[in-house]
Design a protein around this ligand. Structure first.
Ligand code: GLA
Length: 400
């Protein structure tokens, strides 16, 4: 199955790889831009994944190449204080993982690695966190470490901040801890994953807007700004309720003390403009996640779809992270019979996810193909842009 990868490894390094680490990308079904508020989210790992075949070395050097000619090979020394490459360099994700493993476990044995990925890049499907998790597993494998998935996810959520985006923790958690056939409710502080089975006749269609949103590039500024805005909105609402700021540091803390409806009412009084909109998104999205988990567990596809539609509206109008291409894709999917559709991931580009019945999936795929990709004369690489996401297992490592 990995013959080509092994063959390329041999050609490049003149030796046999000893291990294979893999980590999946993910599609977030609902709960967008609220993980960093400490609130639960509902993502699903997908069959697109990062695979790293590697061989431990006797020194601290990490030598890594990818099968994609767009990404130049890199090498650096493993240790607790690795200096980054230029901003936007893919190798920084590897360095993030390596430094995190060195700091947490004293990992000091390097490796020769060859990386292959089927997760579309900058598509909001978490190609970067999949790379970080797979890299961390590879460093673990080289150093005879076997970290627990949850521990690894927490560590890598922190470690990935090395690239400069203050991400939440959702992507690393689902990539490390997913269960096949299931989405998961992910909760934070402390991190917990609760698998939720996906009904067999539900289909999640993923479609790329063809607009890339690089986590380490321009989208980063918007992402970090939204985070700062939600924090400021929270701080003002905490004052409005005369709550002790030291004890209410996150939206979760707030919503454990005050019902969502009262929080929204207070927000209307003490916030305005963008801050009010950001606040409203976070509080209402939290409610949608809670209801979405119930509809998923009882197999209410229409109910789940309605919540996805509500999520998209809120992300577009209140959080302002949609773009016309994402809105168009959402519209096409719904016209073709999807019961719900929304942008997925951080937005500003990337993908939508649409829910439909098994009987409808071909119609939805055909409509998106014709009205979006054919209309733009972009039928090349269609498999990368348009596919049905399957609920995949989390990251793993095996000896070869
Ligand atoms: C990115 C981040 C996640 C999350 C989403 C938005 O994928 O890495 O932590 O914040 O954006 O929901």
């Amino acid at each position: 199955m990995h013959e080509q990868l092994v063959h390329t490894f041999r050609e490049r390094y003149g030796s046999e790889p000893t291990h294979l680490a893999r980590a999946p990308g993910r599609v977030n079904l609902i709960g967008e831009h609220i993980d960093y508020a400490g609130l639960p989210v509902l993502p699903m790992a997908i069959q697109r994944e990062v695979r790293i075949t590697f061989r431990p070395r006797d020194d601290r050097i990490v030598l890594a190449a990818t099968t994609d000619p767009d990404f130049a090979p890199c090498h650096f020394e493993l240790g607790p204080d690795i200096s980054p490459y230029d901003d936007g360099d893919w190798g920084n994700y590897l360095k993030a993982a390596a430094q995190g493993m060195a700091q947490a476990y004293g990992a000091e044995r390097g490796l020769d690695a060859l990386i292959e990925s089927s997760v579309p890049v900058a598509a909001g499907l978490s190609s970067s966190s999949a790379l970080v998790i797979a890299s961390a597993l590879a460093v673990a494998g080289s150093n005879d470490l076997e970290p627990d998935p949850i521990e690894l996810a927490e560590l890598m959520a922190e470690a990935e901040q090395y690239v400069g985006t203050r991400g939440g923790g959702m992507d690393q958690a689902i990539s490390a801890g997913a269960v096949a056939g299931c989405a998961a409710r992910v909760e934070f502080d402390p991190l917990r994953l609760e698998p939720v089975p996906v009904p067999e006749d539900w289909r999640f269609v993923v479609a790329h807007s063809l607009v890339q949103a690089h986590k380490s590039g321009g989208a980063r500024a918007v992402y970090n700004r939204r985070r700062a805005e939600t924090e400021e909105a929270l701080a003002r609402v905490v004052v409005q309720f005369s709550l002790p700021a030291a004890e209410v540091g996150s939206y979760r803390d707030l919503l454990e003390r005050v019902p969502g409806s009262e929080a929204l009412a207070a927000g209307e009084v003490c916030l305005e403009g963008d801050l009010l909109k950001r606040f409203r998104h976070v509080v209402t999205e939290n409610e949608r996640v809670v209801r979405a988990e119930v509809t998923l567990r009882c197999g209410s596809r229409d109910g789940f779809g309605m919540l996805m539609n509500g999520s998209h509206a809120s992300l577009a109008d209140d959080y302002e992270v949609s773009i016309p291409e994402l809105d168009e894709l959402v519209g096409i999917a719904r016209d073709a019979g999807a019961v719900g559709a929304r942008l997925t991931g951080a937005g500003m580009g990337g993908c939508i996810v649409a829910l439909c019945a098994r009987e409808n999936v071909n119609e939805v795929l055909a409509a998106i193909q014709d009205r979006f990709y054919a209309a733009r004369d972009r039928l090349d690489d269609l498999d990368d842009h348009l596919f049905v996401a399957e609920p995949a297992p989390g990251a793993s490592i095996e000896k070869m």
